[in-house]
Write a protein that binds this ligand. Structure first.
Ligand SMILES: O=C(O)CCC(=O)C(=O)O
Ligand SMILES: [Fe+2]
Length: 216
């Protein structure tokens, strides 16, 4: 899991919100796959109106070095803006493994409403070691494995606005992504101390070899 709490700055949030909140929202049930539709009670921005905003958000996500290091995204799919008004929630579900023919490895939520403006609305994830509740400040992005069961708790005051979507990773396996991240950290620390020498080159070569083995 990854939380970046300053993914968007205040200005970017305000500008996206202004464009989003002027456009029409419709029931979100239509974009839930299978059984998830039964537990999805929220609103989503009309896709035809959201197009440009979504393209801009997608570009920012794909260009962010922190997201790249963690998720190694090849492409994003199913990206939508959702809104939960008072009384709305999305019950326990796991997201579809494949959307628009694209494998979904990771899910993300970009929070476009500040946590102080609504009660409830936590993104709750079930993990082996218990529940994780996520309700960060506006402009934060949270990225998690698509296989995890999760829900959005009922909003009891105000509105929760977010952009959600799915990532096909260049490296499908979470454990392999972690190995590459760790090796990159080792290389960075090594080069800080020793500069760019033959051992640094060897480390870079190993990382390259692994990417060639694991990339898909
Ligand atoms: O709004 C969120 O944080 C997540 C929504 C969700 O679980 C979904 O759209 O599948
Ligand atoms: Fe979901």
């Amino acid at each position: 899991m990854l939380l970046i709490d300053d993914f968007l700055d205040e200005d970017q949030c305000a500008r996206f919100r202004q464009r989003i909140l002027n456009a029409p929202f419709a029931s979100g049930a239509s974009t839930a796959g299978g059984m998830a539709a039964n537990v999805k009670k929220n609103l989503q921005l009309d896709e035809r109106k959201a197009g440009k905003v979504l393209d801009e958000i997608k570009s920012l996500i794909l260009a962010h070095p922190g997201v790249d290091l963690f998720a190694m995204p090849e492409k994003l799919v199913g990206v939508i803006i959702n809104r939960y008004d008072e009384g709305m929630e999305y019950g326990n579900h796991s997201d579809s493994p494949i959307m628009e023919g694209v494998r979904c490895d990771l899910s993300f939520t970009l929070f476009l409403e500040d946590h102080s403006n609504y009660d409830g609305g936590e993104l709750v994830l079930e993990q082996e070691h218990g529940l994780i509740k996520v309700k960060p400040k506006i402009g934060s992005i949270f990225v998690y494995s698509t296989g995890l069961t999760h829900r959005v708790a009922k909003v009891t005051r105000g509105s929760r606005l977010a952009c959600v979507g799915w990532v096909k990773s260049r490296i499908r396996d979470e454990g392999r992504r972690k190995v590459l991240r760790d090796l990159n950290a080792v290389l960075g620390a090594y080069m800080e101390k020793n500069g760019h020498d033959a051992i640094a080159d060897l480390q870079l070569k190993i990382i390259g070899d692994l990417i060639r083995m694991w990339h898909e």
